[in-house]
Design a protein around this ligand. Structure first.
Ligand code: V0D
Length: 257
């Protein structure tokens, strides 16, 4: 029985490696962004509290991070908390704000082992101290890592990001740091929270919603979109491989022919 179980595990992991190698034969998106939607609905379907869905969703982030890193993805951006999410019940927000600590408590050593570099974009000021401390420790402990960038969008909203960038550009023009005539798309990009990162090649949104919900409005201008009805806690390694495989079949023209 034990032998059979071990053989089965081994064969399934060989199978997984085959799939990964198959995917790597064609260009893998350098930057994947994910809107991880449907955690509450996943829980409701099972008569569980919404927080159970968020907790399950957190485990999926770990699995998808590992696979993306193995595939050679250079940046993985995940939308963990929007500026609109503060409107949710206080107990739910409090639970959500504990997830980074739980995630990193168990997973930070693995991230370090995998050479993953943790980053965050969003308004840090409004986050509870305990949340910010955990995230900042992860950022510090992984700052010299050279592998995949795992970028958490946390208390992030794209219109606010763009307005903030615009105001910073105005300040720098007024103070003479830059000239008005230098302001172009490339320069403006470097005033956004994604400074230094390439634009996403692939956006994934789960749970059947077909909209951007104030996520990376500037950066997604030429991105390929991939939507699925699957709730985020049910999103598996196979779903990511399917999204990438579909991406590889599309031809991107960036507005040309
Ligand atoms: C809940 C589904 C990981 C979406 C995923 C604070 C909603 C699970 C983190 C996380 C959340 C964030 C920063 C970090 C390490 C981990 C996370 C939140 C929600 C909101 F440095 N999952 N996760 N953060 N969910």
């Amino acid at each position: 029985m034990e032998i059979l179980k071990r053989w089965k595990n081994k064969s399934s992991s060989i199978h997984a490696t085959d799939k990964i190698n198959e995917t790597k034969k064609m260009p893998v998106p350098e930057h994947i962004a994910i809107i991880m939607d449907g955690n509450g609905r996943w829980a409701k379907k099972r008569s569980l509290p919404r927080i159970a869905g968020h907790h399950e969703g957190m485990k999926v982030v770990k699995r998808i991070t590992k696979l993306a890193s193995q595939l050679g993805v250079k940046t993985l951006t995940v939308y963990a908390f929007s500026t609109e999410n503060w409107k949710r019940p206080q107990t739910e927000v409090e639970f959500l704000m504990k997830l980074p600590e739980e995630f990193l408590g168990t997973f930070l050593p693995e991230l370090i082992e995998e050479n993953v570099k943790v980053q965050m974009m969003g308004e840090k000021e409004a986050l509870p101290k305990h949340t910010l401390n955990a995230v900042e420790k992860a950022i510090t402990d992984t700052r010299h890592n050279t592998g995949m960038i795992l970028n958490f969008a946390l208390n992030y909203g794209s219109r606010a990001e763009i307005l903030h960038a615009m105001k910073k550009v105005l300040t720098d023009v007024k103070s003479g740091i830059i000239d008005e005539n230098e302001v172009n798309e490339e320069l403006f990009s470097n005033y956004l929270m994604t400074e230094g990162l390439p634009d996403p090649d692939l956006l994934i949104r789960t749970s059947g919603e077909i909209r951007l919900s104030n996520f990376m409005l500037w950066q997604l201008a030429y991105t390929e979109f991939w939507f699925t009805e699957v709730y985020w806690p049910d999103f598996s390694e196979d779903h990511l491989l399917e999204a990438i495989s579909d991406f590889q079949k599309r031809s991107r023209r960036y507005g040309g022919v």
